[in-house]
Design a binder for this molecule. Structure first.
Ligand code: SF4
Ligand code: SF4
Length: 320
């Protein structure tokens, strides 16, 4: 892997306070654990930055691809402008979510609403404590975002992050650089694409999908799942509004097309499709591993379906 070095800065208490001020002047969010034990991205009220990253139940993607958003409306012969998003910051992002953000940045490279939100955001990553469900690559590097903060030190991940650190009076120091991977980040594949292609008739699909409730929770919490549907609604005054809403490959209607044909009529078909999408990507990202190993799907699935275990079995490593 080719590596280059990221600018690294020392943070005094004064520059850290200035940085916290600058970040919380924006509409700032951080993963916080609620009384019900769930971690959610919530507004940061105090001018104090979190000390470490946490894995929010619904991941960072919702800040850039909201569960439901208006794309345009049409009234009296005129299209409305897209809403201009307010600048915002997300602080305390784990590295696996940065990797997922890198993936979504490629998927939505030409998507105006997504790119507008990305351009007006500041994403601040921090080290995290792995959960029992995590299976991320221990060599993960920050491949997207603006800042990586660790105690009294900061790394600039983007020109905007670099400018912010300088404006906050952070002291330049190159004595603890982070290596920056210029190659695409990828988790170690658990099976080859050939093994996957040869598995169409394997019994494991029906066995694993037997208990699946088609609830779609695994896809909702996945930081790289991005399927959406488009809805056109007409109000009584004739205004037409187009919205984009999250869709889910586990839902029965997801692969139905005109004429009633369904490309994935059963849960086993849907489970196989999801594994294919996670480990081998689609479109321009074909072959790219979209599973960053965050473990959310394992944690949320009510019947303990685990894509890693299925992939490992198909890959010949056996179930753990
Ligand atoms: S498939 Fe599961 S472990 Fe992989 S990125 Fe999605 S939620 Fe995380
Ligand atoms: S969370 Fe589990 S039960 Fe629900 S759709 Fe996903 S695999 Fe099926």
């Amino acid at each position: 892997m080719i590596e280059s070095l990221l600018p690294s800065y020392r943070l005094t208490q004064s520059s850290l306070d200035t940085l916290a001020d600058a970040i919380t002047k924006l509409s700032a969010f951080a993963p916080q654990v609620d009384a019900d034990g769930f971690c959610r991205l919530q507004p940061l009220s105090a001018r104090v930055l979190p000390g470490q990253a946490l894995s929010s139940f619904v991941p960072l993607k919702k800040m850039f691809l909201p569960p439901r958003e208006k794309l345009w409306s049409f009234q009296s012969g005129q299209f409305s402008e897209l809403e201009q998003p307010e600048p915002f910051a997300v602080v305390g992002v784990p590295l696996c979510d940065l990797q997922a953000l890198w993936y979504l940045d490629q998927v939505f490279a030409e998507d105006l609403p997504y790119q507008k939100r990305r351009a007006r955001s500041l994403v601040v990553a921090m080290p995290c404590e792995p959960m029992p469900e995590c299976s991320c690559d221990p060599e993960l590097m920050p491949v997207a975002g603006d800042l990586f903060l660790e105690q009294q030190r900061a790394w600039a991940l983007s020109p905007a992050g670099d400018a912010l650190l300088r404006a906050c009076g952070a002291g330049g120091a190159a004595d603890k650089p982070l290596p920056w991977p210029t190659a695409s980040p990828e988790r170690r594949p658990l099976l080859t694409e050939e093994q996957f292609r040869n598995s169409a008739d394997a019994a494991i699909w029906a066995e694993a999908a037997q208990g699946c409730l088609s609830c779609g929770a695994c896809s909702v919490v996945c930081p790289t799942c991005y399927c959406f549907d488009l809805l056109d609604e007409t109000a009584t005054d004739g205004t037409v509004t187009r919205s984009r809403c999250w869709d889910n490959c586990f839902f029965a209607e997801h692969a139905k097309v005109a004429g009633g044909h369904d490309f994935r009529p059963g849960r086993a078909n849907r489970l196989r499709f999801r594994l294919e999408h996670k480990f081998f990507g689609f479109g321009a990202l074909h072959g790219q591993n979209a599973c960053v190993g965050c473990g959310r799907c394992r944690k949320v699935c009510p019947v303990d379906i685990d894509l890693d275990q299925i992939a490992a079995k198909l890959g010949g490593e056996g179930l753990s």
